[in-house]
Design a protein around this ligand. Structure first.
Ligand SMILES: Cc1ncc(COP(=O)(O)O)c(C=O)c1O
Length: 328
C-alpha cells in the first residue's frame, strides 16, 4: 500500500502547459473564478500567500492580534518587516475562547486580528463569535482560509480573506496566493500588488483547480475525522498519547507525546515504515500547529485518491505499532 502525496493534478498541469506563451488573460479569468467561489470583493492573485500577507501587513493598522499558537508565523514575520506591533492571544491549544477574546479586546488597543480558519489545520475557529466581537470593537478581521477553501460556511466572516494555492494545499498549484478584500477597509499598496503579482501559468492552474476545492475539502475532512475517531479509540487507555481537539473537524490529526524527543523519534520511525510518496508526518511543538510535544498526521498532504478508509486504517496500524514499540 502506497499513500500518494498531493501533486498538481494532471488535467491542471495540462491547462498550465497550454498557458505557456498564450495570449489569453488568465489573470482576469482567475479573478472571475475566485469570485465565483468567494462572492463579491476585490481580488488579487499574487505569487504566494506569504506575499499576500506581506501586502496586507503593510496596509493594516496596529496593534495586530494573533493566536499564541495554531496560526501562521509568516504573517507575524511580515508585521515585523513593517514594524507593526503584534500581540498574542492565549488560546486553548490554538482555539480562540470567545470570552477571553472579549475581555482582551475591551482592555487593549487592537486594530486588526489575523486568524487561520482552522487552528493548526485541526479544528474550526468559532468564527461567528470572533466576527461579532470584531464588529463591536471595530477590529479588522484578516481571515486565512488556506485550510477551508471549499467550505463555504467561512467565506462570510473575514474583512480580508487570504489563501495559499501552494503545496500541499486544497487548491494545489505549488505557487500562488489570493487576497479577497470584502469590505474595502484597507488601502493595499499598488506597487506591492504589481510587484508580487502571479504569472499567467499559475493563474491558469488556479482557475482550473478551484472548481474541485469543495470535493477535496469535504473528502479530506471526512477521512481525517475517521482517522481521529479511530485513533481516539485506539489510544483511549494511553494518557501519554492523546488526540488534540478530538471532536473537531479539520485537515490533520495531532497526537501528544511524552516529550519533544519522543515526538521526533516516533515521527522518524513512522516515516521509515509508512509507504508514502512524500512526507505526511510533522512534529510539535511548533507555532503553526501546536506548542506541545506531538506528532501530526497531515491528512491534507494526501492526494484525494489516497483518502480511503483502508489507507486511514493503514496509518492507524503503523502509528499504534510504533507507539507500542516506544513503550517497550
Ligand atoms: C495557513 C497558511 N497561511 C499561509 C501560508 C503561506 O503560503 P505560501 O506557501 O503560499 O506562501 C501557509 C503555508 O503553508 C499556510 O499554511
Amino acid at each position: 500500500m502506497v499513500l500518494e502525496f498531493k501533486r498538481i493534478d494532471r488535467d491542471t498541469l495540462s491547462v498550465m502547459r497550454d498557458a505557456v506563451g498564450s495570449d489569453v488573460d488568465y489573470y482576469s479569468l482567475c479573478v472571475d473564478s475566485v469570485e465565483d467561489v468567494l462572492g463579491s470583493g476585490d481580488t488579487y492573485i499574487l505569487n504566494s500567500a506569504n506575499s499576500c500577507l506581506l501586502a496586507v501587513a503593510e496596509a493594516v493598522d496596529d496593534c495586530v492580534l494573533v493566536c499564541d499558537q495554531g496560526g501562521w508565523n509568516g504573517f507575524i514575520k511580515s508585521c515585523e518587516v513593517f514594524g507593526k506591533k503584534v500581540e498574542y492571544l492565549p488560546t486553548d491549544d490554538g482555539l480562540i475562547n470567545i470570552e477571553r477574546l472579549r475581555v482582551y479586546l475591551e482592555d487593549s488597543d487592537v486594530k486588526s486580528l489575523y486568524v487561520t480558519s482552522l487552528a493548526g489545520y485541526t479544528a474550526k475557529q468559532p468564527l461567528d463569535g470572533i466576527k461579532k466581537l470584531c464588529d463591536v470593537h471595530d477590529v479588522l478581521l484578516i481571515l486565512d482560509i488556506s485550510g477551508s477553501v471549499g467550505d463555504e460556511s467561512v467565506y462570510e466572516y473575514g474583512d480580508i480573506l487570504i489563501f495559499s494555492t501552494g503545496s500541499p494545499k486544497i487548491v494545489n498549484i505549488e505557487n500562488g496566493g489570493i487576497i479577497h478584500d470584502r469590505t474595502d477597509r484597507i488601502q493595499l499598496n499598488r506597487h506591492m500588488l504589481k510587484s508580487l503579482k502571479a504569472d499567467n501559468i499559475t493563474c491558469a492552474g488556479i482557475s482550473h483547480e478551484i472548481g474541485k476545492a469543495r470535493e477535496i475539502y469535504e473528502k479530506t475532512v471526512k477521512a481525517n475525522k475517521y482517522l481521529k475517531d479511530r485513533l481516539m479509540k485506539e489510544l483511549e487507555e494511553n494518557c501519554d498519547y492523546t488526540v488534540i481537539h478530538p471532536e473537531d473537524e479539520g485537515l490533520n490529526t495531532m497526537i501528544t507525546t511524552p516529550s519533544k524527543g519522543m515526538a521526533k523519534k516516533l515521527a522518524y520511525n513512522i516515516r521509515q515504515n509508512l509507504e508514502t510518496t512524500g512526507n505526511i508526518i510533522t512534529t510539535g511543538p511548533q507555532y503553526n500547529r501546536i506548542k506541545k510535544a506531538s506528532i501530526i498526521i497531515e491528512t491534507k498532504n494526501l492526494h484525494i485518491d489516497s483518502l480511503t478508509r483502508e489507507n486511514m486504517d493503514y496509518i492507524v496500524e503503523i502509528l499504534c505499532s510504533e507507539i507500542n514499540k516506544m513503550k517497550k
